[in-house]
Design a protein around this ligand. Structure first.
Ligand code: FES
Ligand code: FES
Length: 153
């Protein structure tokens, strides 16, 4: 089957029931999305399909329609995505395990809502769990990313 991942066309030969996360990590070698819970409960495996965040641990690869973007595909021409830039500036990550998923969810939020309120952020990010408790920094980073985007950075 053919997948488009981060703008590249990949031909993979796998059981269509295989979770997308397995296909990305174990077959395609794209390890940004993480395995956390395996039951769509933590968000560590979040990727985008046509810009919409999905839990790749719980989606059969055979059911994917559209272009997949993982955290590896966010930066363009060597320039960080504003959300990545904001995450660095705000030093969000602690152990880092959940952060690729957090960032992918934040990117989708800001594509939908230019200047999210605390409630918008909590609502959008609430399904992405962080064992290290980085939630206050995540909220600050989303606001910083919104400002960077508005400034065209
Ligand atoms: S690993 Fe997919 S939601 Fe937890
Ligand atoms: S930074 Fe450690 S789980 Fe979120």
């Amino acid at each position: 089957m053919r997948l488009i991942v981060n703008g590249n066309s990949l031909e993979i030969d796998v059981d269509p029931e295989m979770p997308l996360l397995w296909a990305l990590r174990d077959i395609a070698g794209i390890t940004g999305p993480k395995f956390g819970c395996g039951i769509a409960a933590c968000g560590a495996c979040t990727v985008h399909i046509d810009g919409v965040p999905v839990r790749s641990c719980s989606m059969p690869v055979g059911g994917v329609e559209g272009e997949i973007t993982t955290i590896e595909g966010l930066s363009q021409d060597g320039k960080l995505h504003p959300v990545q830039q904001a995450w660095l500036e705000t030093q969000v990550a602690q152990c880092g395990y959940c952060q690729a998923g957090q960032i992918m969810t934040a990117v989708a939020l800001l594509d939908e809502i230019e200047n999210p309120t605390d409630a918008d952020i909590d609502n959008a990010m609430g399904g992405n769990l962080c064992r290290c408790g980085t939630y206050p920094r995540i909220r600050a980073a989303v606001k910083r990313a919104a400002a960077l985007k508005t400034a065209g950075i």
